[in-house]
Each structure stands twice: as structure tokens, then as C-alpha cells.
Design a protein around this ligand. Structure first.
Ligand code: GFB
Length: 274
């Protein structure tokens, strides 16, 4: 159903009587999509969040795990980011519509804990990538967009064009690792304060390009188009809270995750989102 429609959402939750809800639904996209559709990113995500948590509450859902993102944290804050910095200033101008809608999801979860005693929690992943991602060249995030671009550049013998200078830094997490962490949170995370899910390992976009190029054995020209948006320069995280719970959790190294995603994309090219 359309989660922007409260009655349809409530009917669905009432009919299915869930015990736990994992709330991943939002209007999502890369830096260009966020900048181009700021109003929709705010309205659609706000509407979905309000409806999902309220329908969950009314239908007796005991636990909701909601997704935030490190990009919703303040742009001017002492790095690395820690969980409690969430409301300590304006987010980056490139995605404030999405960012404030997600911040209000944290506020709604906390308010519902206080009034209704429900165990609604929030997790904060860094940039997620992997199989089943959105490989759209304009609206997708950097990993899927570069994989799609490199596939076409190799096939058509054309240059691989990267947005920006390649200098910005990002932390990436492979989707299957995120799945395992979410399962843990659904079963065992009870705190009011969000928890950051990251490996706290920054790489530059240039290093990411090298991983994609290596995975495709691409030999062609690489062009950096500095007329394209770069978003935040960096958003490094402190994952010591996660490590206090899961000291031995192993994250998939970026080269291995990129290779797996490239293989999945090539195999599913016809049917994947793009
Ligand atoms: O993944 P991305 O769109 O999101 O961009 P953000 C990451 C970096 O990759 C930026 C560069 O510095 C881009 O300039 N980049 C280089 C590219 N080539 C490309 C390309 O072909 N496509 C894209 N998309 N980027 C998002 C937020 O910020 O982070 C969202 O806007 C969301 O709201 C997401 O939260 C996790 O990391 O800049």
C-alpha cells in the first residue's frame, strides 16, 4: 500500500498484527535527487514516518526499528559524529528536506516511548550499498551509479565520468552487513538514543572509483566533472557505541563488497532498478 495514506497503512497493520516492524520506507536518493526534489523528500518521508509509527502503535506493535542516516547530522559539528549530536545544528544544504524529516522520525520515536511505553528505536547507518540497490544514473547513490556508469563505459568504449573532484570522503556499509545489524537491533537493542551502524573507515570517492574500475577491469579514460554536486565533504562517525555491544562484528571490506555488487549487477542488468 501507499504509506502516505494513513487509513490504508492502519488497515494493513491491523490485518497483519505484527510484533516487530523494521521501518526502511522513505523517499531516498543520491545527492542530485535530494537537491532536485527537496520538497517531495520532506513531505513523502514525513507522511510515511507519521503513518507507520501511528499505525504500529494503534495495532499493538511492540517494537519498531527506524532508519535514520549519518547525512542527517549537523554539517558543522566536531568530528567524528556521535549519536547525541543529531539535533546540534543545521544539516547540509544539499539534503535538508530529507534530513529534517528523518530527525522528526527520531523525535516521534522518542515521544511515543515516553507516552505509550513502546520500544521504538532508531539506527543510523552510513551510506549503504549492495545487491538490489537503485542503479539509476541520475537519482542513485554513488556506488550503484558508478557501477552502472562503468558497465556502460566498458561496453561502449567511452570515458567513465565521475561527479566532482573525487576528494570527498565517505563511509560505506555493505547491505548484507546492515541486514545482520538490523536483525540484532530488532531482537536486542532497547535504548532511547539512536545507535550508529558504521565501520568508521572513511575512503575518498577517488578510492571508491579505483575499486569499481578494478572490479570491471576497466582500462578506459576517467574524467572528473567538477560542475556536478559533491554534497558534504565528509561525515565521519565514531562507532564505539556499536563496538560496546558487538566488539567482534566483521564488516565486509569495500573492495569485496563492490566486487559482489558488480557481479550481481551484471547478472541482473535487465531486471534491476535503474
Ligand atoms: O552517494 P551520494 O549521492 O550521496 O554522493 P551523499 C556521494 C559522493 O559521490 C558525492 C560523488 O561527493 C558525489 O559528488 N559522486 C561521484 C557521485 N560520482 C557520482 C555519481 O555518478 N552519482 C552520485 N550519486 N554521486 C546522500 C544524501 O549524500 O547520502 C542522501 O544526499 C542519503 O540523503 C545518502 O542520506 C546516504 O553521501 O553525498
Amino acid at each position: 500500500m501507499d504509506l502516505r495514506d494513513f487509513q490504508a497503512t492502519l488497515d494493513y497493520f491491523t490485518e497483519h498484527e505484527a510484533d516487530t516492524v523494521i521501518h526502511c520506507a522513505a523517499k531516498v536518493g543520491g545527492v542530485m535527487a535530494n537537491m532536485s526534489y527537496m520538497g517531495e523528500f520532506f513531505y513523502d518521508s514525513m507522511a510515511m514516518n507519521l503513518n507507520v509509527l501511528e499505525a504500529a502503535r494503534r495495532s499493538g506493535v511492540r517494537k519498531v526499528v527506524s532508519f535514520l542516516s549519518t547525512c542527517i547530522y549537523p554539517d558543522n559539528v566536531k568530528y567524528p559524529l556521535v549519536e547525541n549530536d543529531l539535533h546540534m545544528g543545521e544539516p547540509h544544504e544539499s539534503n535538508f528536506g530529507y534530513a529534517y524529516a528523518k530527525r522528526m522520525l527520531e523525535v516521534q520515536s522518542r515521544a511515543y516511548r515516553k507516552q505509550y511505553g513502546v520500544n521504538y528505536v532508531c539506527v543510523v547507518p552510513t551510506n549503504i550499498y549492495g545487491p538490489n540497490d537503485n542503479f539509476n544514473l541520475e537519482g542513485g547513490h554513488v556506488v550503484p551509479a558508478l557501477i552502472h556508469k562503468c558497465y556502460l563505459a566498458k561496453k561502449n568504449n567511452t570515458p567513465l565520468v565521475i561527479w566532482g573532484s573525487g576528494k570527498p570522503l565517505r563511509e560505506f556499509v555493505y547491505s548484507e552487513d546492515m541486514g545482520k545489524l538490523i536483525n540484532w537491533a530488532a531482537l536486542d537493542y532497547e535504548e532511547e538514543t539512536p545507535i550508529i551502524f558504521s565501520n568508521s573507515e572513511e575512503i575518498s570517492i577517488k578510492e571508491l572509483v579505483e575499486a569499481v574500475v578494478e572490479a570491471f577491469d576497466f582500462q578506459g579514460e576517467i574524467i572528473y566533472d567538477e560542475t556536478k554536486p559533491e554534497g558534504q565533504y565528509r561525515k565521519p562517525t565514531d562507532n564505539s557505541k556499536l563496538r560496546s555491544y558487538l566488539p567482534d562484528f566483521e564488516f565486509t571490506p569495500i573492495k569485496e563488497g563492490v566486487k559482489k555488487t558488480v557481479d550481481w549487477f551484471v547478472e541482473n542488468y535487465e531486471d534491476c532498478r535503474k
